[in-house]
Write a protein that binds this ligand. Structure first.
Ligand code: C5P
Length: 259
């Protein structure tokens, strides 16, 4: 928004209402146009949505992730000029324009596709709510109903983000932390244990932000030690603010490494 200039107006009054300086209008357009191209030449790999972990041929374990945050990130990155590969669990969302979408179901499939597409990626954002546990041997036939109690023995899934942290190279690695309490401490612990550059902390369990919602309110925890709260906005707006901070962070990390 370019505000009007202030001064003597044609109607005889004095105050705000004059056409803004043409130079000011051109500068505003220029800065908007630049903002839209600041990811040109970059490849961004994003994961989104939940995973589904089968218990038998007809049942599965999953979570409440809608995939909206990851899809908003993919849309924002593409709008800013990046080549975007989006690896998505099962969601009910239209593929964003100009984005390559690879659909997966389980954590194991997601890991395989992430590793396959990692090579050219400059920025990796793991917004998927990957299941932490699965049944490593899924029965071939439907489990029969019985009167007796049954129990499930679950094994941990591969931690994709931790594996990415071990083979990070020059990439920027961004994880998500969906927590119901101690958000900043948990996000910082994840940043360190998984060797991330940024963790997006998301308080979930409330009514109108986080899972399923179109709005979000997050805290960014950075490798530099900074903590940046992003106030409530649409997931698309939050996605742009995350990329603004990712680009700033990269400059800060390069400056710290003397590059
Ligand atoms: O440790 P926790 O699962 O809470 O960490 C969440 C972050 O780790 C998210 O970025 C999520 O995508 C990633 N993750 C993963 N593989 C898993 C579990 C979580 O990449 N098996």
């Amino acid at each position: 928004m370019v505000e009007p200039g202030s001064g003597y107006l044609a109607c005889g009054m004095t105050g705000p209402g004059r056409l803004a300086d043409p130079e000011e209008i051109v500068a505003a357009i220029d800065s908007e146009a630049r903002k839209r191209h600041d990811l040109e030449g970059e490849t961004v790999l994003i994961t989104a949505g939940p995973t589904q972990e089968p218990l038998d041929p007809v049942r599965y374990l999953t979570n409440r992730s809608s995939g909206k945050m990851g899809y908003a990130l993919a849309e924002a990155a593409a709008a800013r000029g990046a080549k975007v590969v989006l690896i998505s669990g099962p969601v009910h969302l239209a593929p964003p324009r100009g984005v390559e979408v690879i659909s997966v179901r389980t954590a194991v499939e997601m890991r395989a596709k992430v590793m396959e597409n990692l090579g050219p990626a400059h920025i990796v954002i793991k917004s998927a709510a990957v299941a932490d546990f699965h049944l490593s041997k899924v029965p071939d036939q439907k489990v029969k109903k019985t009167a007796a109690r049954i129990s499930l023995e679950l094994d941990p899934t591969p931690d994709i983000l931790a594996e990415l942290g071990r083979k990070k190279d020059d990439r920027l690695l961004i994880g998500f932390a969906a927590e119901t309490q101690n958000l900043v401490q948990e996000a910082r612990r994840k940043l360190e244990s998984k060797n991330c550059d940024m963790v997006v902390g998301n308080l979930v369990g409330g009514a109108d932000v986080g899972f399923e919602s179109d709005q979000n309110e997050v805290i960014l925890v950075l490798r530099t030690g900074e903590t940046i709260p992003l106030e409530r906005a649409s997931k698309r707006e939050i996605a742009d603010r995350i990329f603004d901070q990712v680009l700033k962070l990269r400059l800060a990390l390069h400056a710290a490494n003397g590059r």
